[in-house]
Ligand binder design. Structure first.
Ligand code: ADP
Ligand code: MG
Length: 325
């Protein structure tokens, strides 16, 4: 079983950033309002994620780390949701098979917490352990038992950079959640919880003051589609490819067709050849979009791609044209 998990880990776990992603997404699924992320050596030595979510009862700890155990499919009705969100019950066993892993938790309403250690896939006993409500997962020495993969890890700064990029992407989509990051024992980043709306403060923190000062807010709905967010105005000339954030139904994605629509709107209004900068949220009926089931991929397929392209183009074109006067 450890071998199967290690093979699965090859898909789910590429580097420390993929571990952080899986664990933080689990924390959010558990309703966490605050997530603490402690890292050492770019996450290679240690990734510790602590959340204040629902928690896991002691008797369910072994289940949480066993293959294809997901608590997120309550009924058949949810199967569509499963396909879109990619719940596969694979992340924890995969990560635990290629690290020294600790899961500690206290379920809401339970009096006592418990912990379970897994060493390179070898599952220990559930032992009582005090813990506030919520869950802590520690992942130490990633790939310590898979030298061929460990070899591919990059310098500490590079791995940390990947983690920070992903957290920035998340912070823009989830302004309601507080995120605290520390690296090698020093606090490195704190995103305060701000309520449901992305504020200019968080926008500023994520993309810089220049961007925040020179953006145009858009919010337009038609034909069951809604596009809202921020796009840089003409005066902003520092845009780069890492300032292009697109979310479909709250999930960060890359989509060529939408990216093209944004670029085209830019070019047609006035900014020939300039890279657009944006944070855009597209909302539509989930049945109109296929999300790649692979948890690590970010591509989507729209049922009516042409319509969506034109809607995005039109919305941004009109908004930008309005600023020209
Ligand atoms: P999936 O997220 O696809 O269900 P995972 O392997 O990521 O699979 O997690 C397995 C299960 O462990 C989850 O379905 C959930 O029940 C439980 N779990 C994992 N992380 C947490 C957490 N931070 N808080 C509460 N439950 C968790
Ligand atoms: Mg998960």
């Amino acid at each position: 079983d450890t071998l199967i998990n290690q093979i699965a880990a090859g898909e789910v776990v590429e580097r420390p950033a993929s571990v952080v992603k899986e664990l933080v997404e689990n924390a959010l699924d558990a309703g966490a309002r605050r997530v603490d992320i402690d890292l050492e050596e770019g996450g290679v030595r240690l990734i510790r994620i602590r959340d204040d979510g629902l928690g896991i009862p002691p008797e369910e700890l072994p289940l949480a780390v066993s293959r294809h155990a997901t608590s997120k499919i309550a009924s058949l009705d949810d199967l569509e949701g499963v396909a879109t969100l990619g719940f596969r019950g694979e992340a924890l066993p995969s990560i635990a098979s290629v690290s020294r892993f600790l899961l500690a938790s206290r379920h809401r309403g339970a009096e006592h917490g418990a912990a379970l250690e897994i060493d390179g896939g070898r599952v220990g006993e559930v032992i009582p352990r005090s813990h506030p409500q919520g869950t802590t997962i520690e992942v130490r020495d990633l790939f310590f038992n898979v030298p061929a993969r460990r070899k591919f890890l990059r310098a500490e700064r590079t791995e940390l950079g990947h983690i920070e990029d992903w957290l920035r992407q998340l912070a823009l989509a989830r302004p309601d959640v507080e995120l605290r990051v520390s690296h090698n024992g020093k606090p490195s980043r704190r995103w305060k919880g701000e309520g449901d709306l992305l504020s200019e403060v968080r926008l500023h923190e994520a993309l810089g003051e220049e961007f925040a000062r020179n953006t145009l807010h858009v919010d337009h709905a038609a034909a069951g589609l809604r596009l809202h967010g921020w796009i840089a105005q003409p005066v902003y000339n520092r845009a780069s490819a890492d300032q292009q954030f697109l979310y479909v139904n709250g999930r960060a994605v890359r989509d060529r067709s939408v990216a093209h629509a944004v670029k085209q709107a830019y070019a047609d209004v006035l900014f020939h050849g300039r890279q657009p900068a944006y944070v855009l949220f597209l909302e539509l009926d989930p049945r109109r979009v296929d999300v790649n089931v692979h948890p690590a991929k970010h591509e989507v397929r729209f049922r009516d791609a042409r319509l969506i392209h034109d809607f995005v183009y039109r919305t941004l074109h009109d908004a930008l044209a309005g600023t020209r006067a």
